[in-house]
Design a protein around this ligand. Structure first.
Ligand code: PAF
Length: 297
C-alpha cells in the first residue's frame, strides 16, 4: 500500500493505473476509520481493480462552531486498517495544498442542500461537494463509494455528478451498525457511556417508524410524532430534525406513497448524530395510484 500526500503524485499514479486498463474504486473519508468505511473498501475491492482511499478532514465543510479542531484523527491506526483491508493507496493531502492562498472556487448544489442537515449546517454541503469534486479530479475514479448513513450527502453528490456530467459512478452502501444498532460514525467516540446508551434511542425510534409503516401507517405526521416521543424520553438528546422525505428531491412527504427516507439528526450531549432508514410500502399497502398496471400482486 502506498501513502501519497502530493496531489500531483496522486494524479500521476491514477493516470498510470488507468493506462494499464485498470478500474479505480475510490473511498473518500475523513479518517478515523470504522467498519462503515471498511464496508465501502470491501465493495470497492470486489468491483474495481485498484482502490484509493482519501483521508482528509476537510476544513470547509465545518461551520465555525463545529468540531473541525477536535475531529478524531489517527493516521497510523487508519493506515493499519486500510492496509489490512487491501487498500492500494491512501491519499492524504494537506489543507494548504487543497486550498492554497487565493483559493476561490466552490460547488453548490442548490435546493437539495437547503433542507435536512443543510438547514442547520449552513455551507456544509458546499464544502462537501467542493472537496469531493476536487478529489474526483485528482483521483479520476471509475466508481466512488459513499455510505447511506449520510443519505443527504449521497443524494447531493449524485446530483452534482449528474449536473456536471462527471464521469464517475456513485455507489451508496448500506449503513453499518454496532451490534446494538447504533449507526457507526467517527463521532461516536465523543459519546460518554451514558450518552452512548441514550443515543440508541435514535435507532429504536427509527425501528418503531419502520414497524408503523410495515403495519400500514402512511401519515408522516403520526410517524414523526412517534419518533419524537421515543427520542425525547432521553433528557440528554435534543432533536435537530425528524423528516420524512422522498429519496430524490428530499421534499417533505405528508403521506408515504411508495418509498421514503426517514431521517433524524439529534444532539446527544454536544455530539450531533444522524441516522436514517428507507421505507418502502409493501404492494398490499400501496395506494392504487402507485400500483403499476398489469402487475399482479
Ligand atoms: O462523509 C465524509 O466523510 C465526508 O463528508 C467526505 C465525503 C469524505 C468529504 O469530506
Amino acid at each position: 500500500m502506498k501513502l501519497v500526500d502530493s496531489i500531483q503524485r496522486m494524479a500521476t499514479l491514477s493516470k498510470m493505473v488507468r493506462k494499464e486498463g485498470k478500474t479505480i474504486g475510490f473511498v473518500p473519508t475523513m479518517g478515523y476509520l470504522h467498519d462503515g468505511h471498511m464496508s465501502l473498501v470491501k465493495a470497492a475491492k470486489k468491483h474495481t481493480d485498484f482502490v484509493v482511499m482519501s483521508i482528509f478532514v476537510n476544513p470547509i465543510q465545518f461551520g465555525p462552531s463545529e468540531d473541525f479542531e477536535k475531529y478524531p484523527r489517527d493516521l497510523k491506526r487508519d493506515e493499519e486498517l486500510a492496509r489490512a483491508a487491501g487498500v492500494d493507496v491512501i491519499f492524504y493531502p494537506s489543507a494548504k495544498d487543497m486550498y492554497p492562498p487565493g483559493y476561490s472556487t466552490y460547488i453548490n448544489v442548490e435546493r437539495l442542500t437547503d433542507r435536512l442537515c443543510g438547514a442547520s449546517r449552513s455551507g456544509h454541503f458546499r464544502g462537501v461537494t467542493t472537496v469531493v469534486a476536487k478529489l474526483f479530479n485528482i483521483v479520476r475514479p471509475d466508481v466512488a463509494y459513499f455510505g447511506q448513513k449520510d443519505a443527504q450527502q449521497a443524494i447531493v453528490i449524485k446530483k452534482m455528478v449528474q449536473d456536471l456530467n462527471m464521469d464517475v459512478e456513485i455507489k451508496v452502501m448500506p449503513i453499518v451498525r454496532e451490534s446494538d444498532g447504533l449507526a457507526m460514525s467517527s463521532r461516536n467516540v465523543y459519546l460518554s457511556e451514558d450518552e452512548r446508551k441514550s443515543a440508541l434511542s435514535i435507532y429504536e425510534a427509527l425501528r418503531k417508524a419502520e414497524g408503523m409503516v410495515a403495519s400500514g401507517e402512511i401519515d408522516s405526521k403520526k410517524i414523526i410524532r412517534a419518533i419524537k416521543d421515543v427520542i425525547s424520553q432521553k433528557a440528554s438528546i435534543k432533536i435537530d430534525y425528524v423528516s420524512i422525505v422522498d429519496t430524490k428531491e428530499l421534499e417533505d412527504l405528508p403521506e408515504i406513497k411508495s418509498e421514503a427516507l426517514i431521517a433524524v439528526a439529534a444532539y446527544v450531549g454536544k455530539t450531533r448524530l444522524i441516522d436514517n432508514v428507507i421505507v418502502r410500502l409493501s404492494p398490499k399497502i400501496l395506494p392504487d395510484s402507485e400500483k403499476k398496471p398489469g402487475v399482479r400482486r
